[in-house]
Design a protein around this ligand. Structure first.
Ligand code: IPE
Ligand code: IPE
Ligand code: MG
Length: 249
């Protein structure tokens, strides 16, 4: 290993280990604009976006961040042109197949969050396999939000809880935050401390509506394929300057 690589892996000295977010979430936005600027079709932006995500996952592992959640496809993204949707589904499947071995070896625990039943069958199979093969891994917890919608997640939790009440398994006044969270796609994953959105858009786009009640939000103008370690470093520096009050004074 070269000195340069060793340096890259280390936590930058201006970051405090004890103040790192445990869980980082990312809205990977701007792939299309990145491609357009290069005079390329939008799908090329998605391809490059995968590389940026792989780099970020590696960086989180290097720097000791325990969980990463990435927004890959929203419930609203089905409204895009059919070719783009098809390309994305095929891309997810191919990348998952290519990267699974390495994730198993690197102790990554991968989980997909979202309405997975509506995804193409072959992708669902790849998803199940990846979750099964990494379920006992105890390294970084990597969640990929695919066909994810925060409102839909909340509604399906309500339906599941209502069924339990109807069956007499639960009393209405027993419904508390813990019970509710146990029915979300993200059950068992701590809420994100930091949400990063690229490409300058200042909205949640239906991402982690419940979970982001107190998460810090960081927005950068960088387009997702350009989001690198230096960008992530800047986001973490900004995060470490924040005072998280949680309603207190
Ligand atoms: C984000 O990039 C990737 C997905 C939503 C899958 P976009 O495709 O939204 O890129 P822009 O926002 O059009 O530039
Ligand atoms: C959010 O980006 C979804 C993902 C990054 C997967 P969009 O590009 O779909 O969001 P809007 O449409 O600009 O709100
Ligand atoms: Mg976008």
């Amino acid at each position: 290993m070269t000195a340069q690589q060793t340096k890259l892996q280390d936590l930058p000295t201006d970051l405090k280990r004890e103040l790192l977010p445990q869980h980082v979430a990312v809205i990977m936005d701007g792939n299309g604009r990145w491609a357009k600027r290069q005079g390329l079709p939008r799908i090329m932006g998605h391809k490059r976006g995968v590389d940026a995500l792989k780099d970020l996952l590696r960086c989180c592992q290097d720097w000791g961040i325990q969980a990463l959640t990435a927004y890959a496809f929203s419930t609203e993204n089905w409204k895009r042109p059919q070719e783009e949707v098809d390309f994305l589904m095929t891309l997810f499947q191919r990348v998952l197949r290519q990267e699974l071995r390495e994730m198993v070896e690197e102790n990554v625990q991968i989980k997909f969050v979202g309405n997975l039943q509506a995804l193409p069958r072959s992708l669902q199979q790849e998803i199940s396999r990846s979750m099964e093969e990494t379920k006992d891994n105890r390294g970084i917890r990597f969640s990929v939000a695919t066909n994810y919608g925060g409102r839909q997640e909340i509604l399906q939790a309500c339906q599941a809880i209502a069924k339990q009440v109807q069956q007499g398994l639960l009393q209405p006044d027993e419904i508390n935050e813990q019970v509710f969270e146990s029915h979300l796609y993200t059950a068992g994953i701590t809420d994100p401390d930091l949400l990063i959105r690229t490409s300058g858009e200042m909205r949640l786009s239906n991402f982690l509506l419940w979970q982001m009640a107190y998460g810090e939000i960081y927005i950068t103008d960088a387009l997702w394929p350009d989001f690198d370690r230096a960008e992530f470093h800047r986001a973490l520096c900004a995060y470490q300057q924040r005072e998280r009050r949680f309603g207190k004074v």
